[in-house]
Write a protein that binds this ligand. Structure first.
Ligand SMILES: Cc1cc2nc3c(=O)[nH]c(=O)nc-3n(C[C@H](O)[C@H](O)[C@H](O)COP(=O)(O)OP(=O)(O)OC[C@H]3O[C@@H](n4cnc5c(N)ncnc54)[C@H](O)[C@@H]3O)c2cc1C
Length: 473
């Protein structure tokens, strides 16, 4: 639970000693420099500001929000980044309320338009034909399940983690192994794993290079969100990006945009961050709210070491690429199928956005190797290929589709992927060491979250890093 302002000030004054000054020395640009204006950096900065510290946030992009990016000009405002806000996202929802960003519940619309077509080998297979399809590799009892339902059920039914458990602890090391092995033990065949997981993996490139333990944690977290009452899936009015924008506007010092940190040096007096324009910013402490893909390009003096350094260098990030489409004509009325599809082709997954009951745009998302393959074609090539794949799967869409937005998180130099993925063996090896303070430098970001995930994990990690920094200030 987030602390109230009063609780926070009490905690902060207890940490630094009653009456002690939190102010920086005159030579410093701030008490604390926060690198990165994604949700984790903004959450840290607001928490520190509330405790009376002078905070300066710097951000390499020309906007705040990082991996929260709304395609604001596309009808239905699809999210290119952080999308669904569960009813248990207490910290994010508190921030939205505090800064007057409205949240709307998208669950009723999602339930009304929940049909997703299964498209294999270029052909849409109706749910009633799927159990007897020769392409269905599942055991008899599971044949009615669609591929994504089969993988999710296998995981949920065999998940030994209770929600809220310290999933990264050594006690869980036995589960820190390939998801593929876990699926085999649960009775899945190679063919079933290939179709149900490897076709469109949200984590890793296949069930072989992802830790079962990470998926168990995600299943426990999302299961908890689903069981909360009243059930809801929120999205910010005007797009989720409004939340980090409003948080940034709540800072006393404006976020310095287009300011990329390239080096971080620390000594007994404080930290000095060198920016790509040559400026040097000084503070007593720093918080790095960057994905490891960006952190590994930052030069540290003194250097990071041990497991923490290994994790910064090696932690993989999920590749994902999105193309937003609008249709000139409602082609789905011609063939009677849903525009939302799950495909074994490069098209991967398509998701229809509705305003009322009208489809207003379609977001195509490819993950893993499919995203990498699309990225190799460049933006225009990727768009041409996605439309060609769409038309092959849905002949009624021929000549009807127009691409209106594109984003590759893998090619995005400030992200390097959509989220951190843990290879087998690395949850228990890396995670406890990843956010350890390095002298005057603290670390946060979704990859360091311990109890929540995604956007809420980013918020959690920012508050944790702020508390650590206050203790040291
Ligand atoms: C496609 C997609 C779908 C998602 N769906 C969901 C969802 O449904 N629900 C959910 O909860 N989460 C979801 N997420 C995850 C969520 O968006 C992220 O976990 C969260 O936004 C990460 O916040 P962060 O602060 O850790 O990192 P970031 O948002 O990446 O913030 C880091 C910031 O640092 C900046 N930066 C990088 N390098 C430097 C540098 N050298 N100097 C200064 N600044 C720098 C970056 O530009 C960025 O603004 C999704 C993400 C993606 C990409």
């Amino acid at each position: 639970m987030p602390l109230s302002r009063r609780q926070f000030l009490l905690a902060a004054s207890a940490l630094v000693g009653a009456g002690a000054s939190l102010r920086a020395s005159a030579a410093a640009d701030a008490d604390i420099l926060v690198l990165g204006a994604g949700l984790s950096g903004l959450s840290a900065a607001l928490t520190l500001q509330q405790a009376g510290a002078r905070v300066q946030v710097i951000e390499s992009r020309s906007r705040v929000g990082g991996r929260v990016l709304s395609f604001a000009d596309v009808p239905g405002i699809p999210e290119a980044g952080g999308q669904s806000i569960g009813p248990g996202y207490g910290m994010l929802m508190t921030a939205a309320r505090r800064f007057d960003v409205g949240l709307e519940d998208r669950l009723p619309a999602q339930l009304r338009h929940s049909r997703v077509e299964l498209v294999l080998g270029g052909e849409a297979i109706a749910p009633e034909r799927w159990p007897s399809s020769p392409l269905n590799p599942f055991p008899d009892v599971d044949k009615p399940k669609l591929p994504w339902q089969y993988a999710a059920t296998l995981l949920a039914e065999g998940n030994p983690l209770a929600p809220g458990t310290p999933w990264y602890a050594q006690a869980n090391a036995a589960h820190d192994r390939p998801l593929h092995d876990f699926f085999l033990e649960r009775g899945a065949t190679e063919a079933a794993i290939k179709l149900a997981y490897d076709t469109n993996p949200s984590y890793g490139t296949s069930a072989r290079d992802i830790s079962a333990l990470q998926l168990m944690f995600i299943d426990a977290w999302t299961g908890m969100q689903r069981r909360m009452r009243p059930a809801a899936v929120y999205k910010a009015v005007g797009g989720n990006q409004r939340i980090p924008e409003a948080m940034a506007a709540g800072l006393e010092r404006e976020v310095q945009l287009r300011t990329r940190a390239v080096a971080l040096r620390q000594d007994a007096a404080g930290v000095t961050v060198t920016c790509d324009d040559g400026r040097r910013l000084k503070a007593r402490l720093a918080i790095c709210a960057l994905p490891f893909t960006a952190l590994r390009r930052l030069s540290f003096e003194p250097r990071l070491s041990g497991v923490q350094q290994e994790a910064v260098q090696k932690l993989p990030y999920q590749q994902s690429t999105q193309v937003a489409l609008v249709a000139r004509r409602p082609f789905w009325k011609d063939d009677g199928l849903s525009p939302s599809m799950w495909c074994d082709s490069l098209l991967a997954r398509t998701f229809a956005h509705h305003e009322g009951d009208e489809v207003v745009s379609i977001l195509v998302t490819a993950y893993g190797n499919k995203a990498a393959a699309i990225d190799r074609l460049g933006r225009e090539g990727a768009i041409r290929r996605v439309i060609a794949e769409f038309e092959a799967a849905r002949p009624s869409a021929r000549g009807q589709l127009q691409a209106v937005a594109w984003h590759s998180w893998g090619l995005d130099p400030d992200a390097g992927g959509s989220w951190a993925v843990f290879a087998p063996g690395t949850v228990t090896r890396y995670l406890p060491a990843m956010s350890a303070p390095h002298g005057r430098v603290h670390f946060c970001g979704e990859h360091t979250a311990l109890t929540a995930r995604g956007m809420e994990g980013a918020m959690e990690s920012g508050q944790r890093a702020a508390m650590e920094a206050l203790r040291q200030l």
